[in-house]
Write a protein that binds this ligand. Structure first.
Ligand SMILES: NC(=O)C1=CN([C@@H]2O[C@H](COP(=O)(O)OP(=O)(O)OC[C@H]3O[C@@H](n4cnc5c(N)ncnc54)[C@H](O)[C@@H]3O)[C@@H](O)[C@H]2O)C=CC1
Ligand SMILES: N[C@@H](CC=O)C(=O)O
Length: 441
């Protein structure tokens, strides 16, 4: 049997501890499958005393991940700390410069430094694997990077954040509050160290930016994403959506348009009978539409220690099986130096259906005025309903819910601005985009 593959792990939190446990439990099977043992020779973690339920007595501990990357007796540096800057960034760079292979689950790091890191890896002939960075246990990176070679992708979209999907599902199905659901997602190890990244949509944006590059061959553009999180989604929105035959999901969508590439992350109403509406809890789903294959939908566990460690381990196993000096698949699917500049499509030119919830003064003429503002902006309405909101607001207020046919984002923004200027609105309007299957859009 060939020599062991020596790995060093920086970060022994949810994912790191799961990874160590799985490698230790499955050492014999892994050695057979990979043709060589996989051995953890070194680690770096902040807390040496914490009981992680794994045996780390035989490994070398490094206080600084940078030292592990620069001096550890390792073949592969596994980064599981998180964060686009700081120790993760410095140590991954150092490991690649040293000619080590790197495996990371860190989408923030890749979203902001992926092209530079891929360039170093490609110059050094090293592997930089990051399957766990997008959609946890779903092998979407490998699908895009390898299996779909030759396909021209037109659109990629999906549920890419387990925490948000868990929150939205629990709110709808168990009537729990947003705060209770978030706390539970944190306890289960789904949320980021700073959960604002989850609920404000940044984590989905980081993942989407990576997928966009793999799908369309552009440089990563993580700051050029239209972004709305789920913090404004109320139980009233979830109930109103259900009554209209929809569910609310936080979707990331990237598609080619005539004006460039559109990247957006926002709460989205999807028809209750669509496949994506059935994706509940921590489960993620990624749909890829391409010319040769058609639509590919991948569904699976999107977060949590085991789901994520499964992808990290798959990446390590690929390295164990790889031949030194062999031709490498480009890190981002296309050689880093050949990535094209990103051409951003304007969000105003996005076209789709919209759900608009307005709390208005209960006054004669308001309903007609709302309908007129819509008509003035050439917005065709699928439905408009008025209902009492006595349980939510003072009795002199009412709720108006509008659902539009496919219309331009710009028109909706103009209509809402003109409604706001009329003086009969109570609070901010709620606007949620609707994603319908292609034939209904
Ligand atoms: N938890 C999940 O479901 C998933 C996590 N990820 C990513 O995996 C990475 C790790 O995530 P988790 O394990 O959930 O985070 P975590 O917060 O549970 O663990 C991170 C660990 O890294 C340690 N750490 C941070 N800076 C360090 C430093 N300078 N030196 C030594 N140790 C340091 C922390 O003390 C902590 O124990 C992140 O990039 C995250 O975005 C990706 C997919 C899913
Ligand atoms: N916080 C992330 C973890 C996986 O990427 C999520 O909830 O999806």
């Amino acid at each position: 049997m060939a020599d062991a593959l020596k790995i060093g792990i920086a970060g022994l939190g949810t994912v790191g501890a799961s990874l160590v446990r799985i490698i230790q439990q499955k050492s014999n099977e892994l050695a057979v499958t990979c043709g060589r043992p996989i051995t953890i020779t070194a680690v770096s973690a902040r807390d040496k005393t914490r009981d992680r339920g794994v045996d780390l007595s035989a490994v070398t501990w490094f206080d600084r991940p940078e030292d592990l990357a620069e001096k550890g007796d390792i073949d592969v540096f596994v980064e599981l700390m998180g964060g686009a800057e700081g120790a993760a960034n410095v140590s991954v760079r150092a490991a690649l410069q040293r000619g080590l292979h790197v495996v990371t689950a860190n989408k923030a790091l890749l979203a902001y430094h992926g092209v530079e890191l891929a360039t170093i890896a490609e110059e050094k002939g090293s592997l930089l694997n990051f399957e766990a960075a997008v959609a946890g246990g779903i092998p979407v990176i490998k699908a895009l990077r390898e299996s779909l070679t030759g396909n021209a992708v037109s659109r990629i979209y999906g549920i890419m954040n387990g925490t948000c999907n868990y929150i939205l599902t629990k709110m709808e199905k168990e009537g729990l509050s947003f705060a209770e659901c978030l706390k539970e997602a944190q306890r289960l190890g789904y949320a980021e160290a700073d959960p604002a990244f989850d609920i404000e949509g940044n984590d989905t944006a980081h993942k989407l930016a990576i997928l966009t590059t793999l799908a369309f061959g552009n440089r990563i553009a993580a700051d050029d994403i239209y972004l709305e999180g789920i913090t404004n989604i109320s139980i009233e929105d979830i109930h109103a959506a259900a009554e209209l035959g929809y569910r609310i999901k936080l979707l990331g969508v990237a598609q080619r348009t005539e004006t460039g590439i559109e990247q957006r992350v926002h709460p989205t109403m999807v028809p209750v009978d669509s496949v994506i509406a059935q994706v509940d809890g921590v489960t993620n789903a990624v749909a890829i539409e391409s010319d040769v294959l058609g639509e590919l939908l991948m569904v699976g566990p999107g977060a949590g220690g085991n789901a994520t460690a499964s992808s990290v381990l798959g990446d390590i196993a690929d390295i164990a099986k790889s031949q030194p000096g062999a031709q490498r698949v480009p890190v981002l699917g296309h050689p880093a130096k050949a990535l094209e500049p990103y051409r951003k499509a304007q969000m105003q030119s996005h076209e789709g259906g919209y759900f608009i919830r307005l709390t208005v003064l209960d006054r004669t003429g308001v309903f007609a005025s709302v309908a007129t503002r819509m008509a003035e902006n050439h917005i065709s309405l699928e439905s408009i309903v008025q209902r009492s909101t006595q349980h939510l607001a003072p009795s002199h207020h009412q709720t108006i819910i509008l659902v539009t046919h496919a219309t331009m984002e710009e028109s909706v923004r103009k209509a809402v601005a003109s409604i706001k200027s009329e003086g009969y609105l109570f609070g901010e309007p709620q606007v949620i985009r609707i994603e319908r299957p292609k034939e209904e859009a």
